[in-house]
Design a protein around this ligand. Structure first.
Ligand SMILES: [Zn+2]
Length: 411
């Protein structure tokens, strides 16, 4: 029996507090890729790992990797992790909680043997703040980080420079790859949204990480006098764009699980007595099923084209990003549900509307996520919080998951 009690919860919260002190900006929590204070985080967690009987290494992209080896040298590995970097002026739980939870679950084991090894992963980079590319840490494990080495930060230094400046060797990137038999990857993460709070649930099982498209739209009509141009002779770019924006909201409201956002609108020339001649706007559209997202996107763009044509407005669409959805592992999801059920905890399933390391790990191993309720849905903010009882719930589900997973090994 693996026990996770309120004392262990305090250990988790204390560790998150302690790690929050290691910032590259005084007075806030800011830790971008391989900033000097990353070293202090590694030392802190590496020390804890040592006391738990784990061996720790830092791989070539700066991921912290602590292993609790099974007695059986051929035993498979369960990976538990999240990221240690932050956005500027961040909270203390986004990413960090998932790494700390990994060590806490090893502590909960208290030396009990499992038929698998556990590797706790503290990814060096997930947020994409310094280099504008995300997931440098997890991409090294699935062998797709090479192409990121040349990316530059604002000072013109490359990822490769950052790695070398930190005292690591980019030539050893291949050694960061996943090797040996793997059971899969489990990531605990704060929800960063309002769903679990709304459902009054401490934790939730992630069904999938959404796929998303981001595009820019350009409506070009003709600017002219607002007083002298009759309505039927206008080429109003904003009238067409506005119809598109309302259609995006309507379609998303009526399509379960779909979210669509126009976050940028620029109107030219931008005078109260001039008919808008040009509008540039963005679209961000996400869903857990790729075909639903694609169908919705086509419907919206067809509608935008119709509204533009009706006003003799030209429409140009520029795709900026397109990412497929990542379903989480059925087996791991079932084990998480089973664990929560046995503990008589509510265990709703919810979609992750944000990207996470689990979507990268899922390219090679079964991956799953357990979300922990975010009070007031606040994240990427210094007031980011967790409820201690929700952390306890997550620890208990995690401990039960480890036991249930043990039952499947060699079975
Ligand atoms: Zn995160």
């Amino acid at each position: 029996m693996i026990t996770a009690d309120s004392k262990l919860t305090q250990t988790v919260l204390d560790a998150c507090d302690a790690l929050a002190c290691h910032s590259e900006v005084v007075g806030e929590i800011t830790r971008t890729y391989l900033c000097p204070t990353t070293q202090e985080v590694h030392t802190h967690l590496g020390g804890w790992a040592g006391r738990l009987g784990m061996t720790t290494r830092i791989d070539a992209v700066g991921n912290l990797r602590s292993r609790l080896e099974s007695k059986d040298p051929n035993a498979p590995t369960l990976y538990i992790g999240s990221h240690l970097d932050t956005v500027p002026n961040a909270g203390r739980y986004d990413g960090i909680l998932g790494v700390v939870m990994g060590y806490a679950l090893v502590e909960a084991l208290g030396g009990q043997e499992l038929p698998y090894s556990i590797e706790v992963l503290g990814f060096s980079e997930e947020e994409g703040v310094r280099f504008g590319v995300s997931f440098i840490g997890s991409r090294a494990l699935v062998g797709t980080a090479d192409e990121l080495l040349a990316a530059l930060d604002k000072e013109g230094r490359s990822v490769q420079d950052a790695i070398e400046a930190y005292g690591l060797n980019p030539q050893e990137l291949a050694l960061a790859r996943l090797t040996g038999q793997s059971l899969g990857y489990l990531e605990f993460h704060i929800e960063q949204g309002p769903v679990l709070q709304d459902l009054e649930a401490s934790v939730g099982v992630v069904s999938a990480i959404v796929g998303q498209d981001r595009l820019n739209l350009e409506f070009v009509g003709r600017a002219s006098h607002a007083g002298t141009t009759p309505m039927h002779l206008r080429r109003d770019a904003l009238a067409a764009a506005a119809r598109f924006m309302v259609a995006a909201e309507d379609l998303a409201r009526h399509t379960p699980g779909l979210v669509a956002t126009v976050g940028i609108v620029e109107v030219k020339p931008g005078a109260g007595n001039v008919i808008p001649g040009e509008v540039h706007c963005s679209l961000d559209i996400r869903h857990e099923h790729d075909e639903v997202r694609r169908r919705a996107l086509k419907e919206l763009l067809d509608g935008a084209e119709r509204e533009a044509q009706a006003r003799q407005v030209a429409l140009k669409v520029t795709p900026k990003m397109s990412e497929a959805a990542t379903p989480m592992s059925g087996q791991f999801k079932a084990l998480l549900h089973q664990a929560a059920e046995e503990l008589e905890l509510p265990h709703p399933e919810l979609v992750s509307g944000a990207g996470h390391d689990a979507q990268i790990m899922a390219q090679e191993v079964p991956a799953a996520m357990l979300f922990v309720r975010s009070p007031n849905a606040l994240s990427h903010h210094p007031d980011e919080m967790v409820n201690p009882e929700d952390v306890t719930a997550a620890l208990r589900v995690g401990a039960r998951f480890l036991e249930r997973l043990a039952g499947t090994v060699g079975a």
